[in-house]
Design a protein around this ligand. Structure first.
Ligand SMILES: C[S@@+](CC[C@H](N)C(=O)[O-])C[C@H]1O[C@@H](n2cnc3c(N)ncnc32)[C@H](O)[C@@H]1O
Length: 436
């Protein structure tokens, strides 16, 4: 007689024990979420991944190999990605310091490819820091379109600014410290339509300009630059000039106030704070008040972002290397940062809020990728399900390149799950939506 099939929960006992000394509270968290502790035994075996900045000559690979003293193994399913042994540190290498490579997990790379960014797209990254995905998004964008990065933590977003500048990827980017659940600023070009009206009316009354023909975007843009030059003089300094790291007196006063109000993250007004914009971000020469005005749902449908990434805040339990760090930070901090029930409850609300607002800012026909580095169903499939039940204009999309990716299907059709055992990567859940 055939021996009865072992239920999955019992099969776990046969696997090698986790090499990390996982604390009881974390094991309990894994148990409650139906996750296998054996995954954490892979911590020392899954490779570290680096991405070679596109456009680098292939000779650079040999150069980097001799500097890092290891082979760079090309990741066949992901362009420009290489695997290196997990113990190799890249931060001290010249290749890293000169901006030729950056560290980014292969699963994160897959999430960006899933978004299918095309040259000319207006892209929003709603939880951008510390910025590895943001850099890859900027790379995919090429020489047209725009990239807007948002994060609630100012010090973390400042790290994004450093990254973009280091890798010369910031020209088309702008960075806002803001709450991603309520951020409502549209891409710059989208404002042209509404500003066309504002400027036309203003100029008509000033200069008796009476053309009834609708200006095309380019003519309108040139016209606006001309107009802002005049209006700007009148408004004395409210025009975006080229970005500088030197802060104005006004900005310094603003952050003093925010500090005094006791918020380390958000300015006291909770208004989005622009902490960087590149020379081709579309802002230079424009009036601040027209760029920073909040949008309506209807405006977003016609003039919103083409692509949105919501790489939501989560418990990070799927990021094996992150969990590994608690060996140094102390397992007690894991309780506070990962397992705290109240925090986890709030997280679910936050994740749904981020996904909902990211979708709101998407133009009709645009697509959104929702990802988390948690392996729990609660933070992934359940959030997706709840979101879909409230948004009839949202539909899950098949992620086409995934046919050749080493990942599994998520608990809902068309969603994906990467994990150390299946993918040799960090854990990541990925879902892609289209706005109908
Ligand atoms: C998983 S990390 C994002 C990683 C990032 N996408 C990358 O590839 O480097 C989540 C980020 O969400 C940010 N965050 C948390 N709450 C937020 C909110 N309400 N609005 C915007 N960002 C938020 C955190 O500060 C954190 O930087």
């Amino acid at each position: 007689m055939d021996s009865p099939e072992i239920p999955p929960s019992d099969r776990r006992e046969e696997r090698p024990p986790a090499s990390l000394p996982l604390p009881a509270a974390f094991l309990e968290f894994l148990g409650e979420n139906g996750l296998d502790p054996a995954l954490y035994s892979k911590a020392d075996t899954i490779p570290r991944y680096i991405r070679l900045k596109p456009g680098m000559e292939s000779s650079v690979v040999t150069e980097i190999e001799s500097e890092l003293k290891c082979d760079l193994m090309r990741v066949s399913w992901l362009p420009d990605f290489y695997a290196i042994p997990p113990e190799i540190q890249i931060a001290g290498s010249k290749a890293y310091q000169q901006g030729k490579i950056y560290g980014i997990d292969a699963a994160s790379g897959a999430a960006i490819l899933a978004l299918d960014v095309q040259s000319g797209d207006h892209v929003l990254d709603l939880c951008a820091a510390p910025g590895a995905k943001l850099c890859m998004l900027a790379d995919m964008l090429g020489s047209s379109g725009s990239l807007t990065g948002v994060d609630v933590a100012k010090h973390r977003l400042a790290a994004c600014r450093t990254m973009l500048q280091k890798y010369s990827l910031g020209d088309r980017s702008r960075l806002f410290v803001a709450d991603g659940t309520s951020f409502s600023i549209l891409p710059v070009n989208s404002n042209l339509g509404s500003m066309e009206g504002i400027f036309s009316r203003r100029i008509q009354s000033r200069f008796c300009f009476t053309s009834s023909a609708r200006m095309n975007d380019l003519a309108c843009f040139e016209f606006m630059l001309f107009v802002t030059a005049f209006v700007g003089i009148e408004d004395n300094g409210s025009i975006f000039s080229e970005w500088t790291s030197k802060r104005s007196w006004k900005d310094r006063q603003k952050s003093k106030k925010a500090k005094a109000a006791g918020s380390p993250h958000l300015p006291s007004t909770s208004e989005p704070e622009l902490i960087y914009y590149g020379k081709d971000s579309g802002l230079v020469g424009l009036q601040k008040r027209y760029v920073l005005h909040p949008s309506t749902d209807a405006a977003a449908c016609t003039s919103g972002y083409d692509k949105v990434l919501v790489d939501a805040e989560c418990t990070h339990d799927g990021s094996i290397k992150h969990i590994q760090k608690f060996e140094f930070w102390g397992w007690k901090t894991l309780d506070r940062r990962v397992l705290n029930v109240e925090r986890t409850g709030n997280l679910l609300h936050l994740q749904l809020g981020l996904l909902t607002n990211g979708f709101k800012l998407l133009k009709t026909g645009g697509s959104l990728v929702y990802s988390t580095c948690s392996l729990t169903v609660a933070q992934n499939e359940n959030v997706v399900q709840q979101f879909l039940s409230k948004h009839p204009s949202a539909e899950l999309l098949k992620i086409n390149p995934a046919d050749s990716w080493p990942c599994r299907s998520g608990g809902i059709q068309k969603t994906l799950r990467f994990d150390p055992a299946t993918s040799q990567t960090s854990g990541l859940f990925v879902a892609k939506f289209v706005k109908l």
